[in-house]
Design a protein. Structure first.
Length: 224
């Protein structure tokens, strides 16, 4: 991108870059989650942040880069939560439950994250694959999962053929399905998956499923 002077306020005072970028990302997150990648308009994002399309391009380079930045921040929030997870003092069963609960809580509290991920999947995850920040980093939860699985195997509680990435997929799948398939599931089966009265039931349920799987000893060879 060619170098240009940083945009200024109407009165001539340079806007605070960090605050401006944060405001743009806040509005872009809502707009992309609402309208999808194709439907979102940079002009609309600019109008709602009282800035200009030129300023958005100055900070991010274009719509593709802006959407990538939105995804990076959304994933970053989950990674920060995973990095704060402390299960070292817990036994393996309690630890795996705690990790499943963290995933459940994060997905529930960040519906825009779910919508953005659904949109990105429709586009073949090309923005994630191209992201220098996210493309090959993975999730901090995988390291925690591997430690929990190792402790559980050593203690004889967990089966030996479970892969951390597979288990991460199992936990994420339940939490993702509950959020993204709520309308269709409700229409087909008459049950609201995010009914507040059943929230704790589902929160415990994901932990129960994972623990039951890990403690059912199979005959497959030892996993990774």
């Amino acid at each position: 991108m060619t170098s240009v002077e940083e945009p200024v306020r109407p009165g001539g005072r340079v806007r605070d870059a960090a605050r401006t970028k944060a405001e743009i990302l806040d509005m872009a997150t809502r707009e992309f989650a609402r309208a999808g990648y194709e439907g979102a308009r940079v002009e609309e994002i600019a109008a709602r942040t009282r800035t200009t399309k030129r300023m958005i391009y100055y900070y991010f380079g274009g719509k593709e880069q802006l959407f990538t930045a939105v995804l990076e921040r959304a994933y970053g929030a989950l990674r920060e939560a995973e990095q704060r997870l402390d299960v070292a003092h817990l036994d393996p069963v309690a630890a795996i439950r705690r990790l499943a609960e963290l995933t459940f809580d994060h997905h529930e509290r960040h519906p825009d994250y779910i919508r953005l991920l659904s949109i990105e999947n429709l586009h073949g995850a090309r923005h994630l694959a191209a992201s220098r920040e996210l493309g090959t980093v993975g999730s901090p939860a995988l390291g925690v999962l591997r430690e929990i699985l190792a402790a559980g195997r050593e203690s004889g509680l967990f089966r030996a053929d479970v892969d951390a990435v597979d288990l991460h997929a199992v936990i994420s799948s339940f939490c993702f399905f509950r959020a993204v398939n709520r309308p269709a599931f409700g229409a087909l089966f008459g049950r609201d998956l995010v009914d507040p009265e059943r929230r704790e039931h589902y929160r415990v349920m994901v932990g129960d499923m994972v623990v039951a799987y890990l403690t059912t000893h199979g005959t497959a060879p030892a996993g990774r």
